[in-house]
Design a protein around this ligand. Structure first.
Ligand SMILES: [Zn+2]
Length: 423
């Protein structure tokens, strides 16, 4: 990628920042003014470059450089354009900007691909707004549950359906499951995304090739019940202390996690919310109830199952020993997604050719790529080094790393799409 396309990318990032800065961070609210602005900026740029512009019923954006053989399965790249409230400028948007920068380079050089190459601006990836994962990519494949359209947005309490319609979408077509993308018509999907953890910064690599996207197994509303009692009048042997029981569970599961890791499993285990009932708990009472959440993530379905088994075995043993009971509530989660081996290798080769340092790594966070992979589309993800984590205003990606990532992405897209020079 030559210099002008980095300038184009910088200009797009600047426009995005200007139109979605909320005074503290970046807010591109899902099916609201922030996300709309992001889509408008990308659409305008694509029109300027002469790309075809299409939108589906859910308002995903498809920016296409037509190929010589338009009936061949298309090469697709892109990412999402929404953000969490007070998030950063690069989460999601980097993948769309990179795709546009690649196509801009080809257009200016008069190159034409054999197949269509499509940059997608995907809607509604962040579940901070609606409690549904991957709204846009699921809708593109006709997979979004009709019931999900009735979910309220966290801030406005208005439904996904209403928000989508306000922005110009057609929720009734989304509910009917009319697909815009069919797996057979997609040659591959490659998503560039900033890394949202510290692995690349710590390892000193500019780029990461994602080996797989973690699935999850979650209890969002679990409880342990003991018995409320007077803190001074109840001897140790007569207590059923819900806090003590949950503390034991959390502590023993740290050991179980370490043991699974020692056996070669990769996973995370998080008790993100732990709270007594503020109406009943008191400093002078033995706590009788603790509510908590469990979030287990892994790339491997067996690992998710093993950790879940350890969770229940350990909880049952604690319940027997301490006279408490566990109530798990509903289970939710998502399937892990494997990345395509040939595309992973192609990304490694392309990074080497771009003289960028690169490593393999799993993705602990979920991404739209999981939807594509689980539909059987050969899928890959390329992470770009980013400091200070993500989902906060301090995301920091160096443009030199972004350029290395965009060159790497461009090389693989070109190979895959059969890019050729002017005749
Ligand atoms: Zn993201």
């Amino acid at each position: 990628m030559t210099e002008p396309y980095i300038l184009l990318a910088e200009r797009l990032f600047e426009q995005l920042r200007a139109r979605s800065h909320d005074g503290v961070g970046i807010t591109r609210d899902t099916y609201g003014p922030g996300e709309q602005a992001g889509h408008a900026i990308m659409e305008e740029c694509a029109r300027h470059l002469g790309l075809e512009v299409r939108k589906d019923a859910a308002l995903n954006l498809y920016l296409t450089l037509p190929g010589r053989q338009r009936d061949l399965p298309a090469v697709v790249t892109g990412s999402h354009l929404d953000s969490v409230p007070r998030g950063g400028n690069f989460d999601g948007a980097a993948g769309v900007v990179a795709g546009i920068a690649v196509l801009a380079g080809w257009v200016r050089a008069g190159m034409t691909p054999e197949r269509d190459v499509v940059v997608m601006g995907i809607r509604a990836e962040e579940s901070a707004w609606f409690p549904v994962s991957y709204v846009g990519s699921k809708a593109a494949f006709g997979l979004l549950d009709a019931a999900a359209l009735q979910s309220p947005r966290a801030d406005t309490r208005r439904s996904l359906s209403d928000h989508m319609r306000d922005c110009g979408g057609q929720p009734e077509l989304v509910a009917a499951g009319v697909p815009t993308l069919r797996a057979a018509a997609v040659d591959c999907f490659i998503e560039l995304h900033i890394e949202q953890g510290p692995v690349l910064i710590d390892g000193g690599q500019a780029l990461g090739v994602v080996s797989g996207i973690c699935g999850s197994h979650r209890y969002r509303d679990a409880r342990v019940r003991g018995r409320y009692a007077h803190s001074g009048a109840t001897p140790r042997g007569h207590r059923a202390d819900a806090v003590v029981a949950l503390a034991a569970l959390i502590d023993r599961l740290q050991d179980a996690w370490a043991e699974l890791e020692a056996d070669g499993h990769e996973l995370t285990l998080t008790f993100g919310q732990v709270y007594t009932d503020p109406k009943q708990a008191d400093f002078s009472k033995v706590p009788g109830l603790v509510s908590f959440t469990v979030d287990i993530r892994s790339r491997d379905t067996d690992t998710l199952r093993l950790m879940d088994e350890r969770l229940h075995e350990t909880a049952n043993a604690i319940a027997d020993a301490q006279g408490v009971s566990f109530d798990w509530g509903p289970v939710s989660g998502s399937q892990p997604a494997l990345m395509d081996a040939a595309l992973r290798q192609a990304l490694h080769d392309a990074a080497a050719a771009a003289q960028a340092s690169v490593r393999d790594m799993p993705s602990g966070a979920g991404h739209d790529s999981a939807t594509f992979a689980n539909q059987g589309v050969p899928t890959a993800m390329l992470f770009v080094r980013n400091a200070n984590g993500s989902h906060n205003p301090d995301e920091a990606m160096a443009m030199t790393d972004f350029a290395a990532g965009t060159r790497t992405l461009g090389r693989v897209l070109a190979e895959r799409a059969g890019l050729r020079g002017p005749d």
